[in-house]
Design a protein around this ligand. Structure first.
Ligand SMILES: [Zn+2]
Length: 363
């Protein structure tokens, strides 16, 4: 099997860069179809409109219905064709990005992804997660290409709630440990090949950036300002973690996250918050040295990521619940089997309890 790394065609990040969206989209098409929420339009619609006009492009705004599902994608496809557009743009959060990427795939046109939060590493990937109309996970839509352009205006992102940026750090925290585990196991990644040296270096840079700038960034966005630390964390959460997970590989942390989604108590937690605890469980599973575990615990506590089951909303979980979580995390086909050792539901169950005890002992 070959070594493969994939990435968006162009990644642009900076303060006020949304003013240039027309310039960046223009080489891809001159009739832009912009998928956005009502509140997103109120915040940035005027800026986007002016920018496309300055680039002599026409622009149509379409409000997102709220779910990345086949009904919505088909509705948008009909609208896109009717208007005769030639480039898709998705401005907002993860579900809007995934819908815009899926739409671009079905209409066979380029796509520009504009995250207004740095809460996940989805913007750069060649993947859309499709849900049913009711919001239940349906399938992964693996796309033949990454977005043509990912454009991040850091003024916009730094005004989003701090908890979203912190959750993005939780998602990014797993990246290095999962890529390292995948490489050690000589397993395949979401990019359809084995881990490149380049992907491992990006994943390591992601982790180092979190340790160096995580706390500074959280404190700055709580004041709704953008500083160099915020810029670095936005790049870590969006680009380094995006390439890192897709071409570096997923292993224990995300599988354990998926396991926790079966427990209703955790439903009010964000993706990255559950992934952060999943990272701790993975470290226990692979018996990482204490210095490494303490570094991760310190980081989580400094930025406000969960380190115990209680932090995840599971105050007094029953053994049955935790065994169900462990079972789901170790299900056949789960990425936990990219770990460089044999993993069973019993081992995951033990690691969850031990990680929780470490978190509590450390508080
Ligand atoms: Zn993730």
């Amino acid at each position: 099997m070959a070594n493969i790394i994939i990435a968006p065609g162009r990644y642009i990040q900076g303060q006020g860069e949304l003013n240039n969206i027309g310039k960046y989209a223009q080489p891809l098409g001159t009739k832009a179809f912009v998928l956005i929420s009502k509140s997103g339009y109120d915040r940035v619609g005027e800026t986007v409109k002016k920018s496309f006009e300055a680039a002599r492009c026409s622009v149509y705004f379409e409000y997102f219905n709220g779910e990345c599902c086949k009904t919505e994608i088909n509705r948008l496809k009909a609208r896109f064709d009717e208007l005769g557009c030639d480039v898709c743009v998705g401005i907002g959060g993860g579900k809007i990005h995934d819908t815009a990427k899926a739409l671009a795939y079905y209409v066979k046109k380029p796509v520009v992804v504009v995250p207004t939060i740095a809460g996940t590493d989805a913007p750069c990937s060649a993947l859309s997660v499709i849900y049913t109309d009711e919001g239940v996970f349906e399938e992964y839509l693996w796309l033949p290409a990454n977005p043509n352009v990912v454009l991040v205006d850091t003024d916009v992102v730094s005004k989003a709630p701090a908890r979203l940026l912190v959750s993005g750090m939780g998602d990014a925290l797993a990246t290095y440990f999962e890529a390292k585990a995948t490489a050690d196991a000589d397993a395949a990644t979401c990019a359809g090949g084995k881990v490149t040296r380049a992907a491992l270096v990006l994943a390591r840079a992601c982790y180092d950036t979190l340790l160096a700038d995580g706390l500074k960034a959280r404190l700055a966005v709580e004041q709704h300002v953008c500083t160099p630390a915020v810029e670095n964390i936005i790049e870590a959460n969006t680009y380094l973690s995006g390439i890192g997970f897709e071409s570096g590989g997923l292993a224990g942390a995300h599988a354990i996250h998926n396991g926790f989604t079966v427990a209703p108590e955790t439903h009010k937690m964000y993706h990255g918050e559950k992934v952060a605890f999943g990272t701790l469980v993975q470290l226990v599973l692979q018996n990482a040295d204490m210095e490494q575990i303490e570094e991760v615990l310190d980081f989580c506590m400094s930025v406000g990521l969960p380190t115990t089951l209680a932090d995840l909303g599971m105050e007094n979980p029953t053994e049955e619940t935790l065994r169900t979580v462990a079972q789901a995390a170790a299900a056949p086909g789960e990425t936990i089997h990219n770990m460089p050792m044999e993993v069973t539901a019993d081992k995951v169950y033990a690691a969850i309890l031990a990680a929780d005890a470490l978190g509590r002992a450390y508080k």
